[in-house]
Design a protein around this ligand. Structure first.
Ligand code: UDX
Ligand code: ADP
Length: 453
């Protein structure tokens, strides 16, 4: 069997590497129009940082796992074609700022339709609006009449930073489709390493909608605990204690209750806005408003964090240096898409602060590109360590929960900083009491105020 995957990103790369790793008899070719990305997949330095990925890729590359720019050849040869291209939020025209931009999906469907000569199973892995399979089917039907196509929905639930664990032992694999034989063919691939009862099959539309719904529910939990974090700060309750107290109720559960500076990542905001757009499209305004509030709460949380920094530092950060620890949207990834760090840093730069930014994985180029025109070599300095970033800074702000940020020599760092030395932990990974004993004026998210000096 031959598998072709179009799109060598954060989803396509790891997912296909896992299939190749688990099924040595299947030839997996991942193609992308981005030559630099493909060259990186074929090099010693992979284009994405994901724990455990290197070993898997290097173990199978050149044997049954290939990365190539020849999209047409891989389509022609593939029995199953996974579509793993991006579906960003539309920035123009109808649905701008909400609807998914499906141009990359459509391009793939048109390409497949125009060159395929044999029957194929087309698998949507990218997150897409409900009923996209219909559009794909129509495009495929309008193309080459020689071949016939079955379209399946097989959304990917991996989270970045834990992709390999998630792919090795997923809670479930979801396959939606209308043709039992095709569904079974795909299910039997996953069943090689995943217990069969965890491979769920549904109709196409349920599968497509389940992906959006899962992300909306996860993001909703974060916005809910973040909303409570604001109340904790006003009342001196501790949000982590509240989260633990409610999370021990088995009906609520302990996961995804970590208050933070705000959720980021390529999926949550995009998928909720997509859901909102769909609801509006079907005339369900109340449902749309309900879900949109999750995103609004997240924007509020990011704004609140930055305003707390400014408010605490005597209402001005102009010309003050702030050490930014972490820029990725979560730990163990180099991905910065929708990272809360972007909005917080842009706002601080708008207040004329100087930023010393350190992230263990994000490149200087990425940071400058994300911050846009407000950042320049005079107000943003990229540092090589957390300690270097803090040296001479008036405040430290933790924006990503990298483990290393909780393991610093804080007494030494304190000595390097002008006083009062402020500490804002946007991820609640630090021992604030210890920091206060050293002398820091330390704040966490949803953790009330430090005792008056
Ligand atoms: C998410 C879904 O978890 C995954 O199933 C889907 O396939 C893609 O979207 P991802 O965005 O990679 O995965 O990471 P996730 O671990 O969900 O974190 C998303 C954001 O929420 C991060 O910014 C993270 O820091 C934040 N978060 C997560 C919190 O602020 N608090 C939490 O308790 C959990
Ligand atoms: P995700 O996080 O969903 O994996 P990415 O943006 O990381 O999204 O990856 C999507 C990839 O799909 C990009 O590398 C992009 O170049 C690739 N891509 C988009 N359109 C096409 C296409 N028509 N043919 C081949 N690759 C494509």
């Amino acid at each position: 069997m031959k598998i072709c995957c179009i799109g060598a990103g954060y989803v396509g790369g790891p997912t296909m590497a896992m299939i190749a790793h688990q099924c040595h008899d299947i030839t997996v070719t991942v193609v992308d129009v981005n030559e630099t990305r493909i060259a990186a997949w074929n090099s010693d330095t992979l284009p994405i940082h994901e724990p455990g990925l290197d070993d898997i890729v290097k173990g199978r590359r050149g044997q049954n796992l290939f990365f190539d720019t020849n999209v047409d050849k891989a389509i022609l040869e593939g029995d199953i074609i996974f579509i793993c291209v991006g579906t960003p939020t539309k920035t123009f025209g109808v649905g701008a700022g909400r609807a998914a931009d499906l141009r990359y999906i459509e391009t793939c469907a048109r390409r497949i339709a125009s060159i395929a000569t044999t029957d194929k199973i087309i698998v949507e892995k990218s997150t897409i609006p409900v009923r996209t399979a219909n559009s794909i089917k129509r495009i495929l039907k309008a193309g080459n009449a020689q071949a016939s196509f079955e379209v399946l929905s097989n959304p990917e639930f991996l989270a970045e930073g834990t992709a390999i664990e998630d792919l090795t032992e997923p809670d479930r694999v979801l396959i939606g489709g209308e043709c039992d034989d095709s569904v079974e063919k795909l299910a039997s691939i996953y069943a090689r390493w995943i217990p069969r009862e965890r491979v769920l099959t549904t109709n196409l539309w349920s599968s497509e909608l389940s992906k959006l719904t899962a992300n909306a529910f996860l993001a909703q939990r974060i916005s809910s605990i973040n909303a409570i974090s604001a109340l904790c700060e006003a009342t001196n309750a501790e949000v982590d204690e509240v989260a633990h107290a409610i999370g021990t109720d088995s009906r609520i559960g302990p996961k995804f209750l970590k208050a933070s500076v705000g959720f980021g990542g390529s999926c949550f905001q995009k998928d909720i806005l997509n859901l909102v757009y769909l609801c509006e499209h079907y005339g369900l305004q109340e449902v749309a408003d309900y879900w949109e509030q999750v995103v609004k709460m997240n924007d509020y949380q990011k704004r609140r964090f930055y305003e707390r920094i400014v408010g605490t530092m005597f209402n001005t950060v102009s010309s003050k240096t702030i050490a930014i620890w972490g820029f990725a949207f979560k730990k163990d990834t180099d991905d910065t898409r929708e990272s809360a760090a972007i909005a917080v840093c842009q706002n601080l730069l708008g207040e004329q602060a100087q930023l010393n930014i350190f992230d263990p994985q994000v490149s200087k180029e990425r940071i400058f590109e994300d911050l846009g025109s407000i950042a320049n070599d005079d107000n943003v300095h990229i540092c090589q360590s957390a300690e270097e970033a803090a040296s001479g800074a008036h405040a430290i702000a933790i924006l990503t929960e990298w483990d290393t940020f909780a393991e610093q020599d804080f007494a030494k760092i304190y000595d390097y900083m002008p006083k009062p030395a402020f500490f804002f932990d946007g991820r609640n990974i630090s021992d604030l009491e210890k920091l206060r004993e050293i002398g820091f004026e330390a704040y966490g998210v949803g953790q009330g105020r430090p005792p008056a000096v």
